[in-house]
Design a protein around this ligand. Structure first.
Ligand SMILES: Nc1nc2c(c(=O)[nH]1)N[C@H]1C(S)=C(S)[C@@H](COP(=O)(O)O)O[C@H]1N2
Ligand SMILES: [Mo]
Length: 202
């Protein structure tokens, strides 16, 4: 019983353990997009799972929303040096997406594709095991268009450019294939804890 008195006096969270090198915490939610926010209507929205060039599953907005959904609250880290702590999301994990398609992770790499023509590559191992989701809600509400609504990828353990906004598909690939920013000087993997910002960072 004597230790119970201490539980209400927990020290503040050690931010140093949560904020990667070179990052600063922001309470805002900055918007970073390569181009203008596209208009994406849920009435015509689809999400396509491909293995190489071959579509293996496709969902409408209604079908996608009927898949099992998971809530997660995570820290996110943008390569432009802001980090935002405790961001609350809800969506369909990639594990649940693969299960719904009736397939196991088919190749070692994947490319996320978006309605604005953006793409980004992520190893399959970083998408499964509960590490990533197609998010449908942020902070209990539909994701705002500027932040990638109606649906965006969330891969919170990698720099936030990997979290493709306005996602419309996931393509599994045999090779690690550079996406939009990876073709323009950003790192193929993008681990914020190792500061993998630019192509040649170790
Ligand atoms: N489709 C798409 N996804 C994108 C981008 C983009 O331009 N288009 N920008 C990326 C970058 S560089 C970052 S830092 C985050 C920013 O997400 P936010 O605007 O919600 O903060 O989205 C990423 N996803
Ligand atoms: Mo970014």
């Amino acid at each position: 019983m004597e230790t119970r008195g201490f539980t209400g006096r927990r020290p503040p969270p050690d931010l140093g353990k949560r904020v990667p090198p070179g990052q600063s915490v922001t309470r805002d939610f900055p918007v970073l997009s390569a181009g203008p926010t596209p208009t994406v209507q849920t009435e015509s929205w689809t999400f396509t799972l491909k293995v190489g060039p071959k579509p293996v599953a496709r969902w409408t907005w209604a079908e996608f929303n009927a898949l099992p959904q998971t809530e997660t609250t995570r820290d996110i880290h943008c390569v432009t040096t802001w980090s935002k702590l405790d961001t609350p999301w809800r969506g369909v994990t990639i594990d649940d997406l693969l299960a719904a398609a009736g397939i196991a992770a088919p190749t070692p790499f994947a490319l996320a594709h978006s309605y604005d023509g953006y793409s980004t590559n992520v190893p399959t191992a970083d998408l499964v095991g509960g590490k990533a989701m197609v998010a449908l809600a942020y902070d209990g509400a539909p994701i705002a268009p500027d932040h990638g609504g109606p649906a965006r990828l969330l891969v919170p353990h990698l720099y936030f450019w990997k979290s493709a906004k306005w996602i419309n598909g996931l393509q599994f690939t045999e090779q690690d294939t550079a996406g939009f920013w990876e073709l323009r000087g950003y790192h193929m993997y993008g681990d914020p804890w190792r500061e993998q910002r630019y192509t040649d960072d170790p």
